[in-house]
Design a binder for this molecule. Structure first.
Ligand code: TYM
Length: 345
């Protein structure tokens, strides 16, 4: 049971995916399929850490799966599945609840942001969320985790949990045949590309997010061409023309964000985009940006909508992916139980 290079990542099925999810994470997921064994999850257990309407949740799980496939994830090559169909996630999360320390979770900035002022009313699941995330990755002993910048702290926690488990059970890990005393790898965050943190279209200091009350703040993958064009046209900018080089972005987060999105969508370096548009007004640039965004996002959205017409086929993909995921996770979970000292019969 050697540790092999393996990729794991996931997205929450809470509403439509947006351009930040696509550019920050999914573009790398698609690329990594070419070189690695990849497991991509629809993290429905994570979604219910805040209340979800059951009918909408079901639909969102299928919609995220359809978006994965439409964007270019290949269900024959990679494993695509929803988390709740593989019990190892919840089982390992419980073990990690007993490994992670309260002090570690108290430092998680995402919990503080999501729970807001009324922390007493936040679910226990929202608080323990990072332990489940560590379990997602380590149930497959995954080594690489492509995510956006905002997940960095959670990944650090997953590494700490892996290390503490290896330390706490060092003797047992060796006794169970892992001579180097390492059962869980230290998963590497893969946070690369020109758009690891896509910002809100309404406020360049806030990240693009599903939970922003203004729909104008984000481009949803399911938006139609007119909506995308309208959102880009209304995107906040400043009165200056576009800068000629990157230094000119100082104090201009909205300009930097729009140029970054353009660069990420076209695959051109930011310098080249500024070479082409530096000195011009935003109105011309926004037209060009709307065109590339509509082309790219529109194509994925259209294909996802087409796939959504056949929910039985999506469920079949998820069933197949879940079965393949279980085959990998089950023996790892058995070893965890042996190492921890549970009786298995
Ligand atoms: P989630 O569902 O919030 O986001 C999914 C992915 O999209 C990235 N992302 C962004 N990237 C750039 N700019 C943005 N504005 C932006 N918004 C979101 C996120 O970084 C993420 O990669 N906890 C995770 C889901 C998860 C997970 C895991 C990820 C659960 N278990 C195990 C990796 C491994 C989350 O809530 O992502």
């Amino acid at each position: 049971m050697q540790i092999q290079p393996r990729v794991f990542s996931g997205m929450q099925p809470t509403g439509s995916l947006h351009l930040g999810n696509y550019l920050g994470a999914m573009v790398n997921w698609i690329e990594m399929q070419k070189t690695h064994d990849c497991i991509y999850c629809v993290v429905d257990l994570h979604a219910i850490t805040v209340w979800q309407d059951p009918v909408e949740l079901k639909s969102a799980i299928r919609q995220v799966t359809a978006t994965y496939i439409a964007a270019g994830l290949d269900p024959k090559k990679s494993i695509l599945f929803n988390q709740s169909q593989v019990s190892a996630h919840a089982e390992l999360a419980w073990v990690f609840n007993c490994v992670a320390r309260l002090g570690w979770l108290n430092r998680m900035t995402q919990f503080k942001e999501k729970a807001g002022k009324d922390r007493e009313q936040a679910s226990v699941g929202l608080y323990a969320y990072p332990n489940l995330m560590a379990a997602d990755i380590l149930a497959y002993r995954a080594t690489h985790v492509p995510v956006g910048e905002d997940q960095k702290q959670h990944l650090e926690l997953a590494r700490d949990i892996a290390q503490k488990f290896n330390n706490d059970f060092g003797k047992e890990i060796v006794e169970h045949g892992f001579a180097d005393g390492i059962f869980f790898p230290q998963p590497e965050p893969v946070i690369t590309g020109p758009a690891t943190r896509v910002m809100s279209l309404r406020d360049g200091s806030k990240k693009m997010s599903k939970s922003d009350p203004s729909d104008l703040s984000r481009i949803n993958i399911m938006d139609d061409a007119d909506t995308i064009a309208k959102k880009i046209q209304k995107a906040k900018t400043d009165p200056e023309p576009l800068p000629a080089d990157k230094d000119g972005f100082a104090g201009r987060p909205e300009a930097e964000n729009l140029v970054g999105i353009y660069a990420a969508l076209t695959g051109e370096p930011v310098e080249k985009v500024l070479g082409d548009y530096g000195g011009q007004q935003f109105s011309a640039f926004k037209k060009a940006l709307a065109e590339v965004a509509t082309e790219k996002v529109g194509r994925i959205g259209d294909e996802a909508k087409r796939l959504m017409d056949d929910p039985a086929e999506i469920d079949r993909v998820l069933a197949d992916g879940s079965a393949r995921a279980r085959v990998i996770a089950a023996p790892i979970m058995d070893k965890v139980k042996d190492i921890v000292g549970f009786v298995r019969s």
